[in-house]
Design a protein around this ligand. Structure first.
Ligand SMILES: [Zn+2]
Length: 880
């Protein structure tokens, strides 16, 4: 699962683009960790071995009525009480070994004193009857007066420590148990839970009871219960049931996005040498999910936004495969072998991220895998908050442990390890790790030990710098050629500041020197602050590639001449080297030769990722020659994933009538919906005089899932024309599709900022039961800057049906609104990053809020294409 940054990009991939501005703000305008996870595993008094969980539901009151039977074994002599985690639940009765027992509760615990002190090995069956209206952990998505037709859904989300909001239990990963889940629901509903479906029986009064049994132990955060009106598709893999579920009415979308699941199961089983370990694999897609995906053992839950409309699905090169392969990868890494504590959560998330690329490589080819890695590295370097934090860390008071280190960098570290050990040895190590720790909890040292045992390679130094140390190498590179000696002198400097956990890096680096007689590969051992490597070359190099193919997580400043970059752009065999050349050339403004070469790359590079990156770069370079090339590219047959990037790039050219005319034309008519959406967005950004008419027409027309409407609604905020207000009010209103409303609310907040009636209208949405609408309203009000919204936000804080997760977000937005008139952030406002910090996060400084929003929006648009990631969490569960 994820809670940060990455998921927003995925949000955009899966959903219509441009829609998650408030989510991005949620991330950049961080809030303190009010509910920090426990970084270290607890010391246990008992081993919870089996839980029989029987749940019924009061739909009118959104209540859970539960009876759980815990079978546990005491671990230490003299244990006088059994303590479970339990929050917000009313405990009605407790029995121990069938005898009624006394108990007491605190805000977070259920404490059950034992009649006498127990000894290690003593076993107890404890039955707890309870009810509650969960504010977290379990969510009720039901039809209401505004959305009478929405399919009913109840679903849970346990990670990280939220299971105890709907089930009194031991809520930390370092315990494992088998489960029975018994769900009694309306007869027309379907349920999904962990393990095998044993039976469905009539429970009378129009109800049925579904009985699920999981016989492979896993941790309590991986327990799941989903119930509701769903469509189902059944497949199988090697005789194991593979099922997909969509909210009723969207079943026709399941196979389009999910049909490759059995092929992924086969690939991972073979690569890892350990077969898929559970009795079935279900994936259930639910509405308003608080994460992108969650790898519950044998029964993943994903956001329903992964059910892409059949007309839009062909416009996404890799579909939803990143999400699907990530959650499937967790079934081994996370579920079968589980991090012992949250400080080691990269053992879950880094592996799942790595396995996405493994699938990509196998199914979509090396270029696509290389492109994803190249993007991941850039994304990681762009997030400066990650720099000084090690991947394995136990000090996450101020930020979530589910960060870009656990995910993106963790995946990269495994990729590097594979490259350095070689494919065979690497997978031998993983197989041993999985087999040695199957059904157990692990820390990072267990992985190092398993690899060493299986491969006889000591990886301690590698682990030390990449996992327990922070940062990454930043190289400053140059070389000279001595024609007499036939020798290149390659100067390698590590320019990162050595401080805190960031040190100098040690790595074997592949250097390729190409001369007139062809390429030659050398291996240079980098380890010091400055090193000069003499390397033979029969003539002056045409191209020198440091870390050919980009196998090391690094940034580099290579002082090369233009002609070498041009040569590299054209001739380097690996995508990362050509993409690096695009980026380097993109810094050379006003050079016709450079623009012409980029134009050639845009037309003819064999990898779409390079062509798309070139389009972005031409957009940033600006100038008439660039725009000409981009316009010409629109006449080619590019696929939507490139075409939309070309269109977006045109959004950088102000005051150009020909571009506006072209964007208007694309917005109105094009084979690609993504290109049309990008054109709508670009028109708003350019504040073109004809934009309003085009956007208005797009809002009023139908498209698959309102894809174009939502893009136009979003763009109206950028355009900033007041006459959009009635249209935005109309589409903000209850009853309209949720995604359209989110876009409209966001744009509405950016218009007529002194109009308090608009503020009032947006504030009215705060009290709606729909989670995404509340989120949109909270962030729209914060960004709007009208302090008259403060009382409404403060009132919301007191509401009794508030998800606990929203509290810090609301407080953060109130703090934004309370900023003094000089625009400077209040010192110690207590809630999160200042605007300045948030601006820095997107690489902009000294911008007005308006400019920053535009920049964020553009960034979102770019990320929607470019960044990959699997899961998303909207809103961020723990403050980001
Ligand atoms: Zn994950």
């Amino acid at each position: 699962m994820i809670r940060k940054f990455l998921h927003v990009t995925n949000q955009l991939r899966g959903r219509p683009a441009f829609l998650a501005l408030e989510a991005l703000l949620a991330i950049f305008i961080a809030v303190p960790q009010l509910f920090a996870d426990e970084p270290y595993a607890r010391t246990r008094d008992y081993d919870l071995q089996h839980s029989k969980i029987a749940l019924r539901f009061d739909l009118d009151q959104k209540k859970v009525l539960g009876e759980v039977t815990h079978s546990l074994s005491v671990l230490r002599d003299g244990t006088g009480k059994i303590v479970f985690d339990s929050a917000g639940l009313t405990i009605q009765k407790v029995t121990i070994n069938k005898a009624t027992a006394k108990f007491e509760t605190t805000a977070e615990k259920l404490i059950i004193p034992l009649a006498s002190e127990a000894r290690a090995g003593d076993k107890f069956d404890i039955v707890i009857r309870y009810e509650g209206k969960p504010t977290k952990g379990m969510y009720f998505i039901l039809p209401d007066k505004d959305y009478p037709d929405r399919p009913s859904q109840i679903w849970t989300q346990g990670e990280s420590e939220d299971t105890h909001y709907y089930l009194p239990t031991y809520d930390y990963p370092n315990d494992r148990l088998t489960t029975e889940t018994i769900l009694t629901v309306p007869a027309s509903w379907i349920t999904v839970s962990n393990g095998k479906l044993i039976s469905v029986t009539d429970a009378g009064k129009g109800l049925k009871t579904w009985y699920w049994k999981e016989s492979v132990p896993s941790s309590t955060y991986l327990i799941t219960a989903v119930a509701g009106e769903f469509d189902e598709v059944k497949e199988s893999w090697r005789g194991i049931p593979v099922t997909y579920y969509a909210p009723k009415g969207r079943g026709d979308r399941l196979s389009i996005s999910y049909g490759r699941t059995p092929a992924m199961m086969e690939l991972f089983s073979k690569k890892l040498g350990v077969d898929y370990p559970w009795e079935k694999y279900a994936q259930v897609m639910v509405d308003d999910f608080v994460a992108g995906g969650m790898e519950n053992s044998s029964a993943t839950t994903n956001t329903s936004s992964s059910l892409v409309h059949p007309k839009l699905a062909p416009e996404y090169f890799t579909g939803e495969d990143d999400l699907i392969s990530h959650e499937l990868g967790h079934q081994w890494f996370g579920d079968l072998v589980t991090c012992k504590d949250w400080g080691d959560v990269w053992l879950n998330e880094g592996f799942a991220t790595f396995l996405e690329v493994v699938w990509t490589e196998a199914h979509f080819g090396k270029d696509q895998a290389d492109y994803e890695r190249w993007n991941n590295a850039r994304e990681w370097f762009a997030n400066s908050n990650l720099w000084n934090k090690p991947i394995v860390r136990h000090d996450f008071d101020d930020s979530s442990e589910f960060d870009g280190n656990a995910y993106g960098k963790g995946g990269w570290v495994l990729y590097m390890l594979r490259h350095q050990l070689g494919e065979d040895a690497f997978y031998r190590g993983l197989k041993h790790y999985l087999e040695a720790h199957r059904g157990k909890n692990v820390v990072t040292a267990d992985l190092a030990k398993a690899i060493e045992e299986a491969t006889h390679t000591n990886v301690d130094q590698f682990f030390s710098q990449w996992l327990y140390g922070a940062g990454a190498p930043k190289f400053d590179l140059s070389y000279s050629y001595d024609a007499e000696k036939h020798q290149v002198a390659l100067t390698v400097k590590q320019s990162q500041t050595v401080e805190g956990r960031v040190g100098l890096f040690r790595a074997p680096v592949e250097v390729e020197i190409t001369t007139a007689s062809g390429p030659k590969l050398y291996n240079v051992p980098v380890s010091k602050e400055k090193q000069i490597f003499p390397l033979p070359a029969d003539s002056a190099p045409l191209m020198l590639l440091f870390d050919k193919g980009g196998h090391i997580l690094k940034s580099s400043e290579f002082h090369k001449e233009k002609k070498e970059w041009l040569y590299q752009l054209k001739n380097a065999s690996d995508l990362p080297d050509r993409a690096d050349a695009v980026v380097a050339l993109g810094k050379m403004k006003g050079d016709e030769e450079v623009v012409a070469a980029l134009g050639e790359s845009l037309r003819s590079d064999k990898a779409w990722g390079v062509r798309a990156t070139t389009a972005d770069t031409l957009g940033h370079l600006g100038g008439a020659p660039s725009s000409k090339l981009l316009l010409a590219a629109l006449d080619s047959n590019e696929k939507p994933w490139v075409r939309s990037r070309v269109v977006s790039a045109l959004g950088n050219f102000k005051d150009d009538a020909a571009i506006v005319a072209k964007l208007n034309a694309v917005a109105k008519q094009d084979d690609s919906y993504r290109a049309r959406a990008a054109a709508l967005q670009a028109l708003g950004q350019l504040k073109a005089s004809t934009a309003f008419a085009t956007l208005e027409a797009a809002v009023n027309a139908d498209s698959p899932d309102g894809f174009l409407r939502n893009a136009a609604l979003r763009s109206l905020g950028s355009l900033g024309e007041e006459k959009a207000v009635p249209l935005l009010l109309e589409w903000s209103a209850a009853g309209k599709p949720i995604d359209s409303r989110r876009a409209a609310i966001n744009s509405l907040a950016r218009l007529q900022k002194d109009n308090q009636d608009i503020t009032k209208q947006i504030a009215a949405y705060l009290t709606e039961p729909h989670f995404p609408i509340r989120m949109a309203a909270i962030y729209a009000l914060g960004g709007r800057g009208d302090a008259t919204a403060i009382p409404a936000l403060e009132a919301l804080l007191k509401s009794d049906d508030l998800s606990i997760e929203m509290t810090p977000m609301i407080k953060g937005q109130i703090a934004r609104l309370k900023k003094p008139a000089d625009g400077k952030p209040r010192a110690n406002s207590g809630y999160g990053d200042t605007d300045e910090e948030s601006a820095e996060n997107v690489g902009s400084e000294n911008l007005t809020t308006e400019q920053r929003l535009e920049k964020l929006e553009r960034l979102l648009q770019e990320m929607s294409e470019r960044l990959k990631s699997m899961e998303k969490r909207l809103p961020p569960a723990k403050p980001q």
